[in-house]
Ligand binder design. Structure first.
Ligand code: SF4
Length: 236
């Protein structure tokens, strides 16, 4: 399996080369809306899920044979990149290979682990997701591994913000009937005020979800949340 994909044109990241560090559908969550399908292995076990050396070789070969201008090299894909223990080492090596900025898209569930924080400190941009700041709703939308709680995620994002000088763009995926109520929006507001991201992005369901129960929220709900959260917000 190739760890490199793209480059793809992304509205927020420009020309972005993707790195997927996880085998198919290994994740700490099993989000209703996941575009990669249902999670096959739900875990918080951190290990070298694919060999770090082979990812680095693939990346090096790509950069040599494709001298295209990239805006970002982005860790994302079909699983959670912070489950891979080689993440920090790979970012460090990328910095030696190129001046291209590095972004990490994360579901935030392992953010309380020091080694994860230290790895993310090396990135230029961290894009954590937060689908609800209400425990019950978070569990309904993201079907987390049993040890995960959203209160711990929010606390760890606050802690990370204090030590990280790069950009944090918080992502919220709005789903009809789950996190689109005024109570949810007020809870998001409190969490955003604590986390202090540089930007907040409201995402809407765009492709077929893993579970049919996941439905797109209305544009009105997204606009209302944007009004509540203020000027940092962008609706995609
Ligand atoms: S965190 Fe991402 S990869 Fe994991 S289940 Fe949710 S949407 Fe899919």
């Amino acid at each position: 399996m190739s760890a490199i994909f793209g480059p793809i044109k992304s509205r927020r990241l420009g020309t972005s080369l993707g790195i997927d560090l996880m085998p198919d559908n290994v994740c700490s969550l099993d989000c209703l809306y996941c575009e990669a399908g249902k999670t096959k292995i739900k875990t918080v076990e951190r290990k070298e899920w694919v060999p770090t050396e082979s990812v680095l070789k693939e990346l090096k070969d790509f950069l040599i044979s494709n001298p295209t201008e990239l805006d970002y090299i982005t860790f994302s894909g079909r699983g959670e990149p912070t489950l891979h223990t080689g993440l920090g080492e790979i970012i460090e090596q990328i910095k030696k290979m190129t001046n291209t900025k590095v972004a990490v898209l994360t579901n935030s569930t392992l953010m309380s682990i020091k080694d994860v924080q230290n790895s993310l400190l090396k990135a230029d941009l961290v894009v954590p997701s937060l689908d609800s700041a209400v425990e019950k709703t978070f569990k309904k939308i993201d079907l987390p591994e049993s040890s995960i709680s959203v209160s711990k995620i929010i606390d760890s994002l606050v802690e990370f913000r204090e030590i990280y000088s790069g950009e944090i763009w918080l992502e919220i995926l709005l789903l009809k009937g789950f996190n689109d109520t005024i109570e949810e929006f007020e809870a998001f507001k409190k969490a955003v005020e604590k986390i202090k991201p540089n930007r907040v992005q409201i995402n809407m369901l765009d492709r077929a979800p893993a579970y049919d129960i996941a439905q797109k929220a209305s544009q009105e709900s997204a606009n209302l949340l944007k009004n509540i959260l203020g000027e940092l917000v962008d609706i995609v």
